[in-house]
Design a protein around this ligand. Structure first.
Ligand code: ZN
Length: 250
């Protein structure tokens, strides 16, 4: 089982960990600060020992770190010299890890911006989110509108930027599942979708605006996001309207 250090400290960039498993070009560790793809947030990249981390995936309780040059088929005869399987760390080895901070922090800003967007749209229109995806500093999110309100994009941009400027704190806590399912705000953001076997629910609370069961990494306050720009709004069919946004410096 990998202890996911980012759940309690999203700002941890460097750590030491022990290799607990090795397979085709990837290692799992006893602890990690690398975020694995999930919950709409893409994986981190960075460095583990002397290798580049190019992908991070969660399987069960293990976080697997895919290492560049150690993957099967990497480094063909014509390509540049790379370390092959021989460079793959062995079980028991202790490694230093370092997360690419520019990418991660951009994802934290983007993820928080999306939660602010959810809160704003719920408060203004009473409409739930149906899906979404993010890349560093750009994202899309779908809402259950039919039709899309007049002047929607510009209005939402204004409301979100006002909430970002309000510098709301973001608090992360852990609640027993039986308590979380009784919380009105968490019910609204579909805590019921958290799998039954999860006994402790991680809660991300943008204080006074939006509260969700969430495993992602977030900034400490909304001001740290900067501002957002609505790039595009589009209809993806009946009861499904998409908003695309960019996250920018203030
Ligand atoms: Zn989230």
């Amino acid at each position: 089982m990998t202890d996911q250090l980012f759940l309690r400290d999203a700002y941890l960039r460097e750590f030491t960990a022990r290799v607990t498993g090795v397979r085709d070009g990837a290692v799992t560790l006893d602890r990690t600060a690398f975020y694995p793809t999930g919950g709409g947030q893409p994986h981190d990249t960075g460095r583990l020992g002397s290798a580049r981390v190019i992908d991070v995936r969660k399987e069960g309780d293990e976080v697997w770190h895919v290492l560049d040059g150690a993957a099967p088929g990497a480094g063909d005869a014509d390509g540049p010299a790379v370390d092959g399987d021989a460079a793959l760390p062995t079980v028991g080895a202790e490694l230093e890890g370092a997360v690419d901070w520019d990418r991660r922090h951009a994802l934290m800003r983007t993820h928080t911006a999306l939660h602010v967007l959810c809160g704003v749209i719920w408060n203004s229109y009473g409409v739930p989110v149906t899906g979404g995806n993010m890349e560093p500093l750009s994202a899309r999110m779908d809402f259950e509108f039919d039709p899309m309100p007049e002047g929607f994009g510009a209005h939402v941009e204004e409301l979100v930027n006002a909430e970002l400027a309000a510098d709301r704190p973001i608090e992360v806590s852990f609640l027993p599942r039986r308590e979380a399912v009784l919380d009105r705000d968490l019910i609204r953001t579909k805590v019921s979708l958290v799998p039954e076997h999860v006994s402790e629910v991680r809660v991300v609370d943008i204080v006074g605006l939006d509260k969700q069961a969430d495993g992602g990494t977030h900034v400490h306050s909304t001001a740290e996001v900067g501002r957002i720009r609505v790039v595009k709004t589009e209809s993806k069919g009946k009861g499904n309207k998409r908003i695309r946004l960019a996250v920018e410096d203030k």
